[in-house]
Design a protein around this ligand. Structure first.
Ligand code: ATP
Ligand code: MG
Length: 477
């Protein structure tokens, strides 16, 4: 089964030796203990593609407990949280190694947990892997490194195509998560998906529902954070997986936008996502929150569509509905609370700028915009700018210029007032002593009143704030 080492295999070894000298020292540790060790999976694939990271995947014939012992001597830190699945993780320097005992697993059709069975051969282990390009190994304990590629992964890598070692349908039946992984790798590696794999994804899409939300979320996040998420998202939508894991997205296909162009909201959303990615440098690089917000910003449209008399459609309050729908979906996918809140806030605010007109906002409206966006202001800038997909260049330029004028005004006001730190002109102590009251809800109400006043008028100074506070207090029912 072992193939002669081709040029790419040689390259893989060289890049491995250059970039991961630790691999051979780990191999020595296993060899000395009388076991075999092979670099495998994503690491071999990435080494050949010239994108090897500091995470290395290995497979061994040592059982998990023994493997843990060997790894413990070699690594500085060891984690065994995956030991029930045969995996032990170790860290040495800045390299993380994941060593998994040879497996030949089978899943019960309706169970969420794989029924792990350990195997006795490297080829058998490679057979149960997701794609042929992930089913190559570099055996490191049999003298010179041996490149093992029983399912022609190297050829598929050259052709940039995802195939399964086993029959695709069987493979997805064993572990439906592999369908999400196909979409993820299509995006990440910019690979095609073989026709039989696509067909199996269409046929088996429903099976994804047995997979835990966390595992689906992790693959989806990797897809979304790749350079070209459109590829993976389109794939999920085309084969019907999105109908189950992210149904709000395919529903956008039914919506024609309000300008009556024959562009659906789905296409618009993918373009907004790409335009947001193009602006991500403003956020310091790839950013999950902005990508989720861009993709989901219009999910409220299908629910809020109404036909206007005389033709046309409107989507009143779709940002409010959209924020709620996005929140529910992201919670179901078990995204963390901060991410969910931030995405929902951005969606809720994404239309606010459209009230800006040609710059008619008062200073107080600008202050509220900044205040409501809070730490997400840079994200809101990106989302709002990205949310312009008109093909009319003049219109697009005009919109960008108007947004720039808003950003300039924010910068000016910030400088004058340090907007982000807006506080009422008086603090709680002052309120209590001026009104002669004890700590109570009334103090909070008074501070809310002062904050409103501050947002409305800019800084008042202590004297005017005191006057206003007393007036407000006296006029309370
Ligand atoms: P990356 O680490 O860049 O996300 P990877 O290919 O290393 O990509 P991992 O999730 O780290 O992906 O998995 C390591 C290897 O384990 C894969 O390359 C593949 O061989 C195998 N693998 C992982 N998950 C599955 C699965 N659900 N079914 C079959 N094989 C899998
Ligand atoms: Mg990996």
């Amino acid at each position: 089964m072992t193939r002669a080492l081709g040029a790419a295999g040689e390259l893989a070894i060289r890049s491995l030796i250059e970039r991961a000298p630790l691999a051979s020292s780990l191999a020595d540790a296993y060899k000395t203990a009388g076991f075999r060790l092979a670099l495998v999976g994503g690491s071999v694939r990435d080494a050949i593609l010239g994108r090897l990271s500091n995470d290395l995947d290995f497979t061994t014939n040592a059982n998990p407990q023994v493997s843990k012992k060997i790894l413990s001597k070699w690594a500085e830190n060891v984690w065994d949280t995956g030991i029930a699945f045969g995996t032990v993780v170790g860290k040495r320097g800045d390299t993380t190694v994941e060593v998994t005992t040879y497996r030949s697993e089978s899943y019960e059709s309706d169970s969420r947990k794989p029924d792990v069975q350990y195997g006795d051969s490297l080829e058998g282990d490679l057979w149960r892997r997701d794609f042929t390009v992930n089913a190559m190994a570099l055996e490191l304990t049999q003298g010179a490194p041996v490149f093992v590629d029983p399912y022609n992964g190297l050829k598929d890598l050259g052709n940039r195509i995802l195939r399964t070692p086993n029959k695709a349908e069987q493979s997805f039946s064993d572990d439906p998560l592999r369908m999400m992984r196909a979409a993820r790798f299509a995006s990440q590696l910019n690979f095609d998906v073989a026709e039989d794999v696509l067909q199996a994804m269409r046929d088996m899409a429903g099976r994804i529902s047995i997979i835990s939300a966390e595992r689906v979320r992790d693959e989806f996040s990797k897809l979304l954070m790749s350079d070209n998420p459109r590829t993976g998202i389109s794939l999920l939508v085309d084969v019907g997986l999105a109908d189950i894991v992210l149904p709000e997205i395919p529903k956008l296909k039914l919506e024609i936008d309000e300008h009556h162009h024959h562009k659906d909201v789905y296409e618009h959303s993918l373009t907004v996502l790409e335009q947001a990615i193009a602006l991500e440098a403003r956020l310091g690089g790839p950013n999950l929150v902005i990508r989720l917000a861009a993709l989901l910003h219009d999910v409220g449209k299908p629910k809020t569509r109404s036909h206007i008399q005389g033709g046309g459609v409107s989507f009143h309050h779709h940002e409010v509905v959209g924020a709620r729908l996005a929140k529910e979906r992201l919670k179901k996918l078990r995204f963390d609370g901060d991410t969910v809140e931030q995405v929902a806030t951005l969606i809720a605010l994404h239309l606010r700028f459209h009230g800006y007109g040609q710059g008619e906002w008062t200073d107080s409206a600008v202050r509220r915009y900044v205040r409501d966006a809070g730490d997400l202001l840079p994200h809101l800038h990106v989302l709002t700018r990205a949310d312009c997909t008109t093909r009319n260049k003049r219109k697009a330029e005009a919109l960008a210029a108007t947004y720039q004028s808003l950003e300039d005004r924010i910068a000016e006001l910030m400088e004058q007032e340090e907007l982000s730190k807006i506080r009422p002109d008086l603090d709680g102590e002052q309120v209590m002593s001026l009104l002669n009251i004890k700590p109570s809800a009334a103090v909070g109400n008074a501070l809310d009143f002062l904050l409103e006043l501050r947002l409305e008028n800019g800084p008042l100074g202590e004297e005017r704030a005191t006057e206003a506070l007393k007036k407000w207090w006296a006029s309370r029912p």
